[in-house]
Design a protein around this ligand. Structure first.
Ligand code: FES
Ligand SMILES: [Fe+2]
Length: 418
């Protein structure tokens, strides 16, 4: 449970909020690279309740500007993309990828001198891993998160972009919560993995063998590790260690012969979020024909289907007939299950009216990190994690079966990665 003030503190991301101040110290992916065509139409990026226009100049460079033209705020989404600059339709001001105003033809003879006095707000971008990343904070950009998947060839990475109609914190909390897996996904676990044998079959069996895992959560320099420990008979334990990296990255342990899985939440505004599901494989290209179908079948999930089909009014397409036949949720697939649940909490979950238990340890800790970090920044201090260089490229979620006499930390140190 949180106080109303703390719930506001962690969820509100609009201009002038402490959480926006904190989040904007980090890089976020805002578009797929393929969404911007050289010389093509600008795309809207919405982040922390503000709108930006992204465009790719003819020479391939990416610009990210305020959506409103610096002259009188006409939308630059409408602008012509020509000669490596956007030309505003209203009075023809021309702005390049650096935010330099090259021309203000409505000023007549003095147009060029006038233009040199104006600068459009532009933001730093970077392309990596098939994504366009943006840093919209003040001052010098902070450390770029060099996640491991960024070093892989495109064939070894698949990315889903999923807009959801709820606050970003609900998205993170849904993904660092391991205890829901055996309950919410009890009927869809069979479709989670690419394969239904080997490590995947064993993992599913171990999930279902203990529906009340014990949690141990520990702080790391980049966020936290949430170990969910399940009993395997008297002698053994099964540990899954999800990783959380500030401000909104989660890494889910996978069986060793499966693709790795990480997710990021991008706060669009207080009540909308873009979720990025990133699957990657170190050994081979992503297999889109696996027998299990799960996340692989969702490779076709365009992120729009859900909102075309599912809404609070139709209870996110829940099918009671399917439930009568034994399906635990009546939802189409595992993504529907996760998204319906987080949206069902409302646009911003009321955390003054919840009742947390021991299975929510990771969530409690995550909130504390957010609150402490936002308060530190508001008090002029550098929050933990932003005060050092972080090993983003080494963050890996792991799982292991081990003798109950061993420490789970030792067990996962020796465990292979999905
Ligand atoms: S509003 Fe863009 S040129 Fe006038
Ligand atoms: Fe889930």
């Amino acid at each position: 449970m949180l106080t109303s003030a703390d719930n506001d503190l962690i969820t509100r991301v609009g201009p002038e909020t402490p959480m926006r101040a904190l989040l904007s110290r980090y890089w976020f992916p805002v578009l797929k690279s393929e969404e911007l065509e050289a010389g093509g139409k600008p795309c809207r990026v919405r982040l922390f309740g503000e709108n930006y226009a992204a465009f790719r100049a003819h020479d391939g460079r990416v610009g990210l500007l305020d959506e409103g033209c610096p002259h009188r705020r006409a939308s630059l989404l409408l602008a012509r993309n020509e000669n490596c600059a956007l030309t505003c339709l209203f009075h023809g001001w021309k702005i390049d990828v650096e935010g330099t105003v090259l021309d203000a033809p409505s000023e007549g003879a003095a147009r060029e001198r006038f233009a040199t006095k104006v600068k459009a707000r532009h933001f730093t971008t970077r392309e990596a891993g098939g994504l366009i990343w943006a840093f919209v904070g003040d001052g010098e950009p902070t450390q770029f998160p060099e996640f491991e998947f960024l070093s892989l060839p495109p064939s070894h990475v698949t990315i889903l972009k999923i807009p959801v109609d709820c606050n970003w914190v609900q998205g993170v909390e849904g993904l660092i919560d391991s205890s829901h897996v055996g309950h919410l996904h009890g009927s869809t676990l069979d479709t989670v993995y690419l394969r239904n044998d080997g490590g995947a079959a064993l993992t599913k069996k171990l999930f279902m063998a203990d529906l009340a895992p014990q949690y141990e959560v520990q702080r790391t320099e980049y966020g936290l590790q949430a170990a969910a420990i399940r009993r395997v008979g008297e002698e053994q334990r099964f540990v899954r260690v999800s990783e959380f990296a500030m401000p909104s990255w989660t890494f889910i342990p996978q069986p060793e012969d499966e693709d790795c899985l990480m997710m990021g939440q991008v706060p669009v505004d207080d009540t909308h979020t873009v979720q990025w599901y990133i699957m990657y494989n170190f050994e081979h290209p992503i297999d889109k024909t696996g027998v299990g179908h799960g996340f692989q079948s969702m490779l076709d999930y365009d992120g729009e289907t859900f909102h075309r089909n599912a809404s609070p009014e139709n209870l996110w397409t829940q099918d009671r007939q399917r439930m009568a036949e034994g399906h635990l949720t009546g939802f189409r697939n595992i993504l529907y299950e996760d998204i319906a649940i987080i949206e069902s909490m409302g646009p911003i979950a009321d955390r003054t009216r919840e009742y947390l238990g021991s299975a929510d340890a990771a969530i409690t800790r995550f909130r504390r990190i957010l609150i402490e970090s936002a308060r530190a920044l508001a008090n002029g201090k550098t929050p933990s994690g932003l005060d050092r260089v972080l090993p983003y490229e080494r963050i890996r979620a792991r799982q292991a079966v081990y003798p109950q006499t061993q420490d789970w930390r030792e067990a996962i140190a020796a465990a292979p990665v999905g």
